[in-house]
Design a protein around this ligand. Structure first.
Ligand SMILES: NC(=O)c1ccc[n+]([C@@H]2O[C@H](COP(=O)([O-])OP(=O)(O)OC[C@H]3O[C@@H](n4cnc5c(N)ncnc54)[C@H](OP(=O)(O)O)[C@@H]3O)[C@@H](O)[C@H]2O)c1
Length: 326
C-alpha cells in the first residue's frame, strides 16, 4: 500500500510517500481501507519529532480516518467487511489501509462524505471528553474556547451550542472571529485587540466562564483563572503558548476552580471506547440531521500531505484539513 511516512524529523517536506505492507488486524481490531484521513496539529508535532507515537502504535502519522472495513480480527462482532466507518487511530492514518480497535470506530454518519467523516473523530472525541465528561459543561452555562477556528475550536463551538451553552471564543483575526460567530459563537474575541478576561466578564455580567477549553497555556493560565466563574472548570488540552506558567493560586482557592487536562492519544482503547459510546448516543443523531457538521477547510491528495502540513502551519485555515486517499 502507499503510505506517507516521516522520513526524518523536520519540516513539511520530510513527509514522503512510500510502499508498506498492508497491516493485518489482530483480535478485536479491524482493517479499514482508508478513503480520507484527517490532519491534526499533533501530526505536525509528531513530524517535528516532538510527539512520538505511543508504544505499539504505527510510526505513520494520522489520528483519524474514514473508509470501508476491509477485514475484521477475531472476536469483532459489530463490524463486517464493506461497512462504512470513521475511526480514531492511534497513528497510521496517512495510508491506504489502517488498523483500529473495533470499539474505536463509529458508523459513517448518514449523508456524510468520507472526507467529512474523516474530519470528525479526533476533534469530536477530544471535545466530548474534555468539555463534557471532564469539564462537565451543562445547559445554560458559559463555555470559553481558545483557538475558536481550530479543528478543535469549530467542534467545541457547535457542540457547546447544541447542548445549550453560551459560547465565547478567542481568535487572532477579524475574519476568524467572524467565522466563529457565523458558526454559532455568541461572542468572538480578537485576542490581538481585546482583553479576553474583560470581555468574558462583561458578557457574563461579571460571573465569568463556567468551563474554559484551553490549548494555549503559558500566560493564559493566570488569565483563565481570572476569566473563570466560581466553581469554574479549566481544561488544558495543549500548551502552544508555553508549558510552564506562573499563576495566582489564591484565585483557584477562592473560586474553588478545577484545573485539569488530558491527552487523548495515549489513553487505553477501553477509555476511547467509552468516549465513542457517548458520542454515538448523544452526538451522532445531531450529525445525521446536519445540525452539526465539520467545518471543512481544504482537502489535499495523500501524496501531498506535506502541503496539508504547510497549510496548517501557515495558520490561515478555518476548521479541518483532510487528505483524500481514494
Ligand atoms: N489533548 C488532546 O487530547 C488533544 C487532542 C487533539 C488536539 N489537541 C491540541 O489542540 C490544539 C488544536 O488542535 P487542532 O488540530 O484543532 O489545531 P489547529 O486547527 O491547527 O488550530 C490551532 C489553533 O491554535 C491557535 N493558536 C493559538 N496560539 C498558537 C500558537 N502559539 N501557535 C499556533 N497556533 C496557535 C490558532 O488560532 P489563532 O490563529 O486564532 O491564534 C489555531 O487556530 C493543538 O494544540 C493540538 O495539539 C489536543
Amino acid at each position: 500500500m502507499t503510505a506517507v511516512a516521516i522520513s526524518t524529523p523536520g519540516g513539511p517536506q520530510v513527509l514522503k510517500p512510500e510502499q508498506r505492507d498492508v497491516p493485518r488486524p489482530e483480535a478485536g481490531e479491524i482493517l479499514i481501507q482508508v478513503k480520507a484521513a484527517g490532519v491534526n496539529r499533533p501530526d505536525v508535532l509528531q513530524r517535528k519529532g516532538a510527539y512520538p507515537a505511543p508504544p505499539g502504535a504505527s510510526d505513520l502519522p494520522g489520528l483519524e480516518v474514514a473508509g470501508v472495513v476491509a477485514a475484521v480480527g477475531e472476536g469483532v462482532t459489530r463490524w463486517n467487511v464493506d461497512d462504512r466507518v470513521c475511526a480514531l487511530t492511534p497513528g497510521g492514518g496517512y495510508a491506504e489501509y489502517a488498523i483500529v480497535h473495533g470499539t474505536n470506530a463509529l458508523p459513517l454518519p448518514q449523508g456524510f462524505t468520507f472526507s467529512e467523516a474523516a474530519a470528525l473523530p479526533e476533534t469530536f472525541f477530544t471535545v466530548w471528553h474534555n468539555v463534557f465528561e471532564r469539564g462537565g459543561l451543562k445547559s445554560g452555562e458559559t463555555l470559553l474556547v481558545h483557538g475558536g477556528t481550530s479543528g478543535i475550536g469549530t467542534t467545541a463551538i457547535q457542540l457547546g451550542k447544541a447542548f445549550g451553552a453560551r459560547v465565547i471564543v478567542t481568535a487572532g483575526t477579524p475574519e476568524k472571529c467572524e467565522a466563529c460567530e457565523k458558526l454559532g459563537a455568541d461572542r468572538a474575541i480578537n485576542y490581538r485587540t481585546e482583553d479576553f478576561v474583560a470581555v468574558v466578564k462583561e458578557v457574563t455580567g461579571g460571573k465569568g466562564a463556567n468551563v474554559i477549553l484551553d490549548m494555549v497555556g503559558g500566560d493564559y493560565v493566570a488569565r483563565n483563572y481570572s476569566a473563570a466563574s466560581v466553581e469554574g472548570r479549566i481544561v488544558q488540552i495543549a500548551t502552544m503558548g508555553g508549558a510552564v506558567a506562573s499563576a495566582d493560586f489564591s484565585r483557584l482557592m477562592l473560586k474553588r476552580l478545577v484545573h485539569t487536562g488530558s491527552t487523548l492519544r495515549p489513553r487505553p482503547v477501553e477509555v476511547k471506547a467509552g468516549i465513542a459510546a457517548g458520542l454515538e448516543a448523544q452526538v451522532w443523531p445531531l450529525l445525521a440531521t446536519r445540525r452539526i457538521a465539520p467545518v471543512m477547510d481544504m482537502i489535499f491528495p495523500l501524496r501531498e500531505a506535506w502541503r496539508a502540513h504547510e497549510r496548517m502551519e501557515e495558520g490561515d485555515h478555518i476548521g479541518k484539513i483532510v487528505l483524500d486517499v481514494a
